[in-house]
Design a protein around this ligand. Sequence first.
Ligand code: SF4
Length: 380
Amino acid sequence: MSDQKSIYIHVPFCVKKCVYCDFYSKTHLSLIPDYVQSLLKEIERRSGLKEKIDTIYFGGGTPSLFSIKEVETLLQAIGGHFSVLRDVEITLEVNPGTVDFDYLSRLKRAGINRLSIGAQSFNDDKLKFLTRIHTAEQAINTIDDAGKAGFDNISMDLIYGLPFETQNRWLEDLKQALKMMPSHLSCYMLTIEPGTPLDEKLKKGLFHPLGSTVISTLFKKTSQFLSNNTYEHYEISSFSKGRRNRSKHNSKYWEMMPYYGFGAAAHSYDGKTRSWNHQSIDMYIKALASGSLPVEDRETLTREQKMMEMIMLRLRTLEGLDIEKFQSLFRVSFKKQFRDVLKPILDGSLGYFKGHRFGLTLEGKVRLNNIVEAFAGKIF
Ligand code: SF4
């Protein structure tokens, strides 16, 4: 296992909640200064000068609500308490409704070297349905400004599969995205999460979601279109312009590498144990003010949980599961233990063996959840 770790900083603040979102975030922006002070305390308390850090990720929520000074202070604190490598990837998620050229230029000077821009769509009807705080024009301007500010590693988030989505409308979004030549794209299928305002609307019959066949077709079209345009479909929702533009940070999650998570609701993993911080911002701030760590609970992963996670995470990726690694870690024969699961997958051309790896075809990735469930049935 690599001895390099990642740091994730959770920013649980948003200007306004989007109807589809079930991430933990609040709109009490006046809490941000206290929250940043608490983050600094957590970084200090969990410091590990021997730990080499190769990726840092500001995620949320809306990290672009932090001032430049706050970003700088946090990066300085991380630099003072950990051994940050010279070629570290430092990503910050940006919501187009919250930044301008000046902010982006200063962000670049502060040390951020990768942006993940939550454009979501370049169609105002779609943005309205999603209740985003920005327009298509603002999204385009933000991406343009980011390039002018000197960012050459820009990822865009896009959402598809809205109730009125057609193949053509989605392709228009993708074509507009490619005009701006992002180094990376994350394309997420809209999911209606229980308890969200969108879920309420659905229950009231205010819209009809797309059927699963249409959704699967959109997923496959996305992969084909972006692959034809030289983007590598390296993870179920992620596409990169060549291997070097993959998200180094997210790739480490998919490889089950250890990471620190700082902030309310953030998770950490040390290779054996997973811990998670208080979700409530108040409780997070109070715990640190009282001199303790803000950890709500922790669990040591069982052998079965680790097996399951490895299968679930690796089947999302282009490279798939490294069977030799799996067998040496868990002391089982992959083909024997999962014979009954593998047969229908191979018969249906949903998966394949290549050298010492097992991966899913595009058709298999459409059925990822069912396939993962079938594996779970043989583990637990
Ligand atoms: S901006 Fe992002 S994190 Fe905030 S509510 Fe919208 S989708 Fe959720």
